[in-house]
Design a protein around this ligand. Structure first.
Ligand code: SAM
Length: 407
């Protein structure tokens, strides 16, 4: 049984074991709970460890190592996915009557509207937005003008969200008869959100702590999600939100995270309903950018770099993969935490790991000309592969750049 409890101070050795468990999850399973608010996290992990019957965090780490399915169980316990349609109805009524019409009025008739539901869980929040925007714009305009990005860290929740099937009694309770009949196909005890309108929604896995933000967002809805993070991580995520928002873009938060948004990055639009706007004049001008914002911009620059880049630690384990690398080599964010040698990107050149070792040993860059990458579909691409040593706090890693050659 775990020693740490939410209501008593954590014993130092339990504290150490807990941190070791969190580091194991971050380094080996690529999910970073180290920035989650401790009391709630400890309560959930303890409850789970007790259920599994492991004797403390150290023993539980061994259970995780031995049993590949165990991580999903723990993950499910930690990520609370309670949600609902138009959850916290009053605030949604305010958004429907004041914010959405203002947002639409502020744009040109042909400008697309980009909405992001971050921490969307099983999708109710995203479909609530779809209902309100369709009512405001009409179906044709909604279909052509609106994109709703609905993201979460929990893939299982996203599977439910994509299915769009919910108990009919819950749908009726939230939307009433008329709206339910307009927006859902009722199939007895369950109802499915209309497929033609669903095409404007894009569901995808996105980790608010580790991934760069989606860009040019006009309305960002993030509710009942940031409260799981420590104050530092909340600040970092809010900085990402200010980068995500287009000029004048709105941020709609939940009761729990509202306080975190009281920074100079946002103007308060309505404190009771927790609606904010990206502060104007924030984006340029200042000769001393706030460090959190600068860091987020550097991360975004890595993500958007025009060449494929993979960063590895001294053991050759992948730390980061940018967008171009993911699309070029057909790998996902789950590459993070795996040895570079195990990824398809390493099939050519096969000696990539020994090159990494060489760069680290010599502490100087190396490049290999005309490396041929064979895609799984049989196509060929030619790259110059450059490996550059990185120094950070005395530790070295390597960034591998894949620059395309010729056509
Ligand atoms: C309580 S639900 C909130 C759902 C919805 N926004 C609402 O207010 O009804 C919290 C969601 O945050 C997600 N979450 C937790 N940590 C996350 C992270 N690092 N990145 C993205 N989503 C995360 C969980 O998976 C869960 O679906």
């Amino acid at each position: 049984m775990a020693e740490a409890r939410a209501d008593v101070p954590v014993a130092p050795e339990a504290d150490h074991d807990l941190e070791a468990l969190l580091e194991y999850l971050r380094d080996v399973r690529a999910f970073d709970f180290t920035g989650y608010e401790r009391a709630d996290l400890v309560r959930r992990i303890d409850r789970h460890i007790e259920k599994v019957g492991a004797d403390g965090y150290g023993a539980y780490t061994s259970v995780l190592e031995a049993n590949p399915g165990e991580f999903a169980e723990l993950f499910d316990t930690i990520l609370v996915d309670v949600t609902g349609f138009l959850r916290d109805n009053e605030a949604w009524e305010f958004v429907a009557s004041e914010i959405l019409p203002a947002m639409v009025a502020e744009r040109g008739p042909l400008e697309p509207i980009r909405v992001w539901s971050a921490g969307t869980a099983s999708g109710e929040e995203a479909y609530s937005l779809a209902v309100l925007l369709t009512e405001l714009l009409g179906e044709e305009q909604f279909r052509t003008m609106v994109k709703i990005y609905a993201t979460d860290a929990d893939e299982a929740a996203l599977v439910e969200a994509r299915h769009a099937r919910y108990p009919t009694d819950r749908v009726l309770k939230a939307f009433g008869q008329e709206r339910t009949h307009r927006f859902f196909e009722i199939e007895g005890a369950t109802s499915v959100f209309r497929q033609d309108l669903r095409r404007s929604l894009v569901f995808g896995r996105h980790d608010l702590v580790q991934h760069p933000p989606i860009s040019r967002i006009d309305l960002l809805v993030c509710r009942n999600t940031l409260m799981y993070f420590t104050a530092d991580v909340q600040r970092q995520v809010l900085t990402n939100f200010s980068l995500a928002l287009a000029g004048g873009g709105y941020l709609f938060m939940g009761r729990s995270e509202a306080m975190a948004a009281h920074t100079n990055q946002f103007e308060v639009v309505d404190p009771n309903n927790r609606v904010y706007r990206r502060a104007t004049g924030e984006a340029g001008g200042s000769s001393h950018p706030d460090p959190g914002r600068a860091e987020a911009m550097i991360r975004a620059a890595f993500e958007e770099a025009p060449v494929a880049q993979v960063v590895v630690d001294p053991a050759g384990v992948v730390i980061a993969v940018n967008r171009r690398a993911r699309t070029t080599f057909g790998i996902g964010q789950d590459a993070v935490g795996q040895p570079l040698g195990d990824l398809p990107v390493s099939r050519r050149p096969p000696e990539i790991q020994s090159l990494v070792d060489e760069v680290l040993a010599a502490r100087r860059p190396l490049s290999v000309r005309d490396v041929v990458w064979m895609s799984p579909s049989g196509g060929q691409e030619h790259f110059e592969v450059a490996l550059l040593p990185l120094a950070s706090d005395g530790e070295l890693g390597v960034v591998v750049n894949y620059t395309p050659i010729g056509g």
